[in-house]
Design a protein around this ligand. Structure first.
Ligand code: NAD
Length: 251
């Protein structure tokens, strides 16, 4: 399946130490890519899995709630692997509270990680891809709340709706340069992000009842979409949100 082959490609994955980011890094490495993992927590298990597949792995420690790491993420990746072919903007956080009690910190912290740093890291990587002149793939990890409002997560809904907008805006600018900007919109997956939801019996039951597939997603369910959007199989796919949701949106 050469259209899905990522051999020789370098992929940056943010938040690759756990959950969906870890599964995406492993799927890209399985398809042949070398991995640069960016995040706050050492990606020990991800390194082990990627290196066991025979791919190269580099870890960049970075707090993505600030702009500080952006320059060095690009510089270190180029220094280690010679260029950047794929960026997966996966790192993200969520804060839950009633709208009337939502604090400025709940707003800013989520918007900074999920939207501001994501945009400026994408800008820096996009500049590099344009200079390289060989195109590239950018995959943003959006959400069902790129389409819907959710419950008690207003800054998360704002950030993920904004991320859908940025995905389309950058696709419009960069499609003609051979850079594909797309997003994956995961449904409800069993990860740290949804611990509170799964602990709430009523919410957990209601969510499950609406998923046509009859189960929550597991991180392994996300890899195929990430490989597709990172590969030449998606060369004519621009500005789309690919839902991987067990059918949630169709319900
Ligand atoms: P998770 O909490 O396990 O992973 C989040 C990742 O982001 C972690 O690696 C964490 O270290 C990293 N991160 C958070 N803040 C950071 C910061 N300031 N600096 C560096 N790294 C930071 O949850 P997950 O479900 O794997 O989430 C991954 C992405 O998927 C997120 O963008 C999330 O919004 C999105 N998503 C998840 C679900 C779901 O059901 N789990 C659904 C839709 C979207």
């Amino acid at each position: 399946m050469s259209a899905f082959d990522l051999t020789g490609k370098t992929a940056i994955v943010t938040g690759a130490n756990t959950g969906l980011g870890q599964a995406i890094a492993e799927a890209l490495a399985t398809a042949g890519a070398d991995i640069v993992a960016v995040g706050r927590t050492p990606p020990v298990d991800t390194r082990f899995a990627v290196e066991a597949l025979g791919r190269r792995f580099h870890d960049i420690s970075a707090d993505l709630s600030t702009m500080e790491p952006i320059g060095r993420i690009v510089a270190e990746t180029v220094q280690h692997f010679g260029g950047i072919d794929i960026l997966v903007n996966n790192a993200g956080i969520i804060r839950r509270n009633d709208a009337v009690d939502f604090t400025e910190d709940d707003w800013d912290t989520v918007m900074d990680v999920n939207l501001k740093t994501t945009f400026f890291l994408t800008q820096a990587v996009g500049r590099r891809m344009i200079e390289q002149g060989r195109g590239g793939k950018i995959v943003n990890i959006a959400s069902m709340l790129s389409y819907q409002g959710g419950i008690r997560v207003p800054s998360y809904a704002a950030s993920k709706s904004g991320l859908a907008g940025i995905t389309k805006a950058l696709a419009n600018e960069w499609a003609a340069k051979g850079i594909n900007v797309n997003a994956i919109a995961p449904g409800y997956f069993s990860t740290n992000n949804t611990t509170a939801l799964r602990a709430d019996e009523d919410r957990s039951r209601d969510i499950l009842a609406r998923i046509p597939a009859g189960r929550w997603g597991t991180p392994a369910d996300i890899g195929g979409a990430a490989v597709f959007l990172s590969s030449s199989a998606a060369d004519y796919v621009h500005g789309t949100l690919l839902a991987v949701d067990g059918g949630w949106l169709g319900r």
